[in-house]
Design a protein around this ligand. Structure first.
Ligand SMILES: [Zn+2]
Length: 127
């Protein structure tokens, strides 16, 4: 799993220092904004840019194996479980989006799928 909280913090710090314009970070694609608004999960923290309580989490999946499902927004969580049981390997991206100012940032990315299921308990070796 790749955690993007460091990159997120540094982006926020750059905006506060004036090194990055808010337009550079508040640039959520209309489609992402729509997904966030309609099916995003509420995130209980205020937006780091506009400080409004309008944050949503959106989950995307990508993978060659997914074919037409690749790049789709996955919601609710049960879909992700279903995909994990149907495909060997794909990547899941979690993004946070602010509905008010369009701030968006990757939170984490991880591999999922049958290949990444927890292995069964190891068999006891015969002595
Ligand atoms: Zn905002």
């Amino acid at each position: 799993m790749v955690d993007y909280s460091l990159a997120r913090r540094s982006a926020i710090a750059s905006v506060r220092r004036g090194m990055l314009d808010t337009n550079d970070v508040c640039d959520a694609h209309p489609e992402l904004l729509r997904a966030a608004k309609n099916i995003g999960e509420e995130i209980d923290i205020p937006c780091p840019i506009c400080s409004h309580e309008a944050m949503r989490g959106v989950r995307y999946v990508y993978g060659a194996e997914l074919k037409r499902n690749s790049g789709r927004v996955v919601y609710p969580r049960e879909w992700l479980v279903e995909l994990s049981e149907s495909y060997d390997q794909f990547t899941c991206y979690e993004v946070e989006v602010c509905l008010d100012c369009a701030w968006n940032h990757l939170i984490r990315a991880y591999q999922a799928g049958r290949r990444f299921r927890k292995p069964a308990a190891p068999r006891r070796r015969r002595r």
